[in-house]
Design a protein around this ligand. Sequence first.
Ligand code: ASP
Length: 299
Amino acid sequence: MRNLLKVRDFSALDTFLSKASDMDRILSLRENGHDVAIDSMKSRVLGTLHLEPSTRTQMSFESAMARMDGKVVRIADNNSSLKGESLSDTIQTMSQYVDAMVVRTTSYIEKWGDPKKWDCPVINGGDGDAEHPTQALTDIYTIYKRLGEYSGLNIAIIGDLEKGRTVHSLVNILRYFDAQFFLYGNDLPDTYGRYANTVVLESEDDLFDVLPEIDVLYLTRTQFERGGSAPLFQLSEGHMEILPHDSLVMHPMPRTSELNPKFDDDPRCIYFEQSKNGVPVRMAILDWIFEDDKLYIIA
Ligand code: ASP
């Protein structure tokens, strides 16, 4: 049984990206009216246990499951945690009702209980301010689809680096692929940045010096619900002017004041395409979760 709890659980990025490309191609064919069947989730049930707000992760997983002929059940807001049930009991119980589940909580996966007690694979859909592996895979797939590569890139990551979990997972994968990171905002915790090739930018002037060399500008919002108090950055016309014409501006969304909608029509601003890519990527993740798992193969 395969869980996807941290990005380090994930190997074979190339194979994964080609699987996501296949899913993406199938979805485009269908959008263009072709009847392409993919029913690898038939008779399977995905549970989504999102105990924190979620739009993209929850909906793209549910859509991915539906597009592969699977079914989804979600926990109701009035679940037994209101009676004081522990998170680990809730997860263990729900794992008995479904074939795989996606969990999002304010607490770290270490509080999710003992994986040996889970009856099905569990996917981390965001654990507090720690990790968000499936968002990082969506981000990398988006970069790969647009630039044709994901290694050796100059990536500026700007905003809430301390509590922005998508950044933690992204750095933790791309550090294996020769990424040069330029960080601007609050501090990336050591746990995530220690082995990465990073330059910490101290001022906006430093940022202006590096922007002309950037392949990917990755913005994040301040995590106000995790104690963040002030906006840390605001993308301006000045930044956009010196960013290379073939660079990408990305954001895991939702956005706040750091990213003004006036930039949405700029061809470099691909954050809505990035969220759309969440569907083929999560289709590929669901497929990957069940691969080699003979127990789940229906004869
Ligand atoms: N949607 C992303 C997350 O759940 C980013 C964010 O909320 O800022 O972490």
